[in-house]
Design a binder for this molecule. Structure first.
Ligand code: 2AM
Ligand code: CA
Ligand code: CA
Ligand code: CA
Length: 266
C-alpha cells in the first residue's frame, strides 16, 4: 500500500508541474477577473481552468477517486470515505492577480479521512513542498528536519492583519494580544504557503479565523511529517468538509496559542 501512495504522489507531482505551465502561460496575457462573495474575494478563468485540468486527469486515470475543489468544477462530496483529492488550483489568487508572485497550487490526497499525500507548489519560486504520510516532508529534493521549538516571544507567526480590525471577528482581542506578544508577524497571502512555511521552519505558527479545507488540506500533511500541529481554535481536529478557524504551529507554541489566546473567546 505504501508504494501505491508513493506512485500516486509521483503522478500528482507531474500533473502539478503541468498545471503550473497553464498558470505561467496565462501570466503573459490579460486575465479576466471576477469577484465572488465580496469585492476582495477574486477568481479568474485560470483558477477554473487549473481545477478542471486536475478533475479531468483524475476522472480519466482514477475514476473511482472523489474530488473536492474550491471552484466547484465537480459535484460537492458529502463524505471523506474512499480516496479523495482536495485541490485548490490557485491558493493566493489575489497575489496571482496583483503581484504575480506568492501563490501556490495545493493538491492533497486523503484516504478515509486521513491525509496521505500533500503537495504545495509555489509556482514562481519553483519550490515544491511535498510529503507522503510516513515518508517525511521535502522542499524539492531537500528533506525537512523535525522542527525545533522557540518560545512564543521569539516566534514569528503568519497572520492576515484584516482579522485584527474586523469588528465582527470575535477573536479580534485575543489575536491582538498574540500579535503583541510574539516576536513578529508576517502575511504572505497564501494559507497553503504559510502553513508549508511552518513545516519548513520559516514561520513558527500560522493563524486564520476562517479557512476552507482546500486551503490547508495539503499543507497539513507536511506538518505532521515534521511534528507540527494543526487544529481549530479550540484544539479540535479540523473537519475537511466545512470551513473553520485554523491554528497551526510547532507543538508547544500551538498549545500555548490556544490555551493563552484563542481557545477562549475573550
Ligand atoms: P484563495 O486565494 O484560494 O481564495 C488569503 O489570506 C488566504 O485566505 C488565501 O489562502 C485565500 O485562498 C484564503 N481565503 C479563504 N477564504 C477566502 C475569502 N473568502 N476571500 C479571500 N481569501 C480567502
Ligand atoms: Ca478563492
Ligand atoms: Ca485557498
Ligand atoms: Ca483558490
Amino acid at each position: 500500500m505504501a508504494n501505491d501512495w508513493l506512485e500516486l504522489e509521483r503522478v500528482a507531482r507531474e500533473w502539478t508541474y503541468e498545471a503550473a505551465m497553464i498558470i505561467k502561460r496565462s501570466l503573459a496575457s490579460p486575465i479576466h477577473i471576477e469577484a465572488k462573495s465580496n469585492p476582495n474575494d477574486l477568481v479568474t478563468e485560470v483558477d477554473r481552468a487549473v481545477e478542471a485540468f486536475f478533475f479531468e486527469k483524475i476522472q480519466e486515470t482514477y475514476p473511482e477517486h472523489y474530488f473536492l475543489g474550491e471552484e466547484g468544477v465537480a459535484e460537492e462530496i458529502q463524505s471523506l470515505n474512499g480516496t479523495v483529492w482536495i485541490i485548490d488550483p490557485i491558493d493566493g489568487t489575489m497575489n496571482f492577480v496583483h503581484q504575480k508572485y506568492n501563490f501556490a497550487i495545493s493538491v492533497a490526497v486523503y484516504h478515509d479521512g486521513v491525509g496521505m499525500i500533500g503537495l504545495v507548489y509555489d509556482v514562481i519560486s519553483d519550490e515544491l513542498f511535498h510529503a507522503v504520510r510516513g515518508h517525511g516532508a521535502y522542499i524539492n529534493e531537500v528533506e525537512l528536519v523535525p522542527v525545533k521549538e522557540r518560545p512564543l516571544h521569539e516566534s514569528i507567526i503568519g497572520l492576515n492583519a484584516r482579522w485584527l480590525v474586523e469588528e465582527r471577528n470575535q477573536y479580534r482581542n485575543p489575536l491582538k494580544a498574540l500579535v503583541r506578544d510574539v516576536r513578529s508577524v508576517r502575511s504572505y497571502g497564501s494559507a497553503a504557503i504559510e502553513i508549508a512555511y511552518v513545516a519548513a521552519d520559516r514561520l513558527d505558527g500560522y493563524v486564520s479565523v476562517n479557512l476552507s479545507p482546500w486551503d490547508y488540506a495539503a499543507a497539513i500533511v507536511l506538518l505532521e511529517e515534521v511534528g507540527c500541529k494543526a487544529s481549530t481554535f479550540r484544539g479540535e481536529p479540523l473537519d475537511l468538509l466545512s470551513q473553520s478557524p485554523v491554528i497551526v504551529g510547532k507543538p508547544h507554541l500551538h498549545k500555548e496559542m490556544i490555551s493563552s489566546y484563542v481557545g477562549e473567546e475573550l
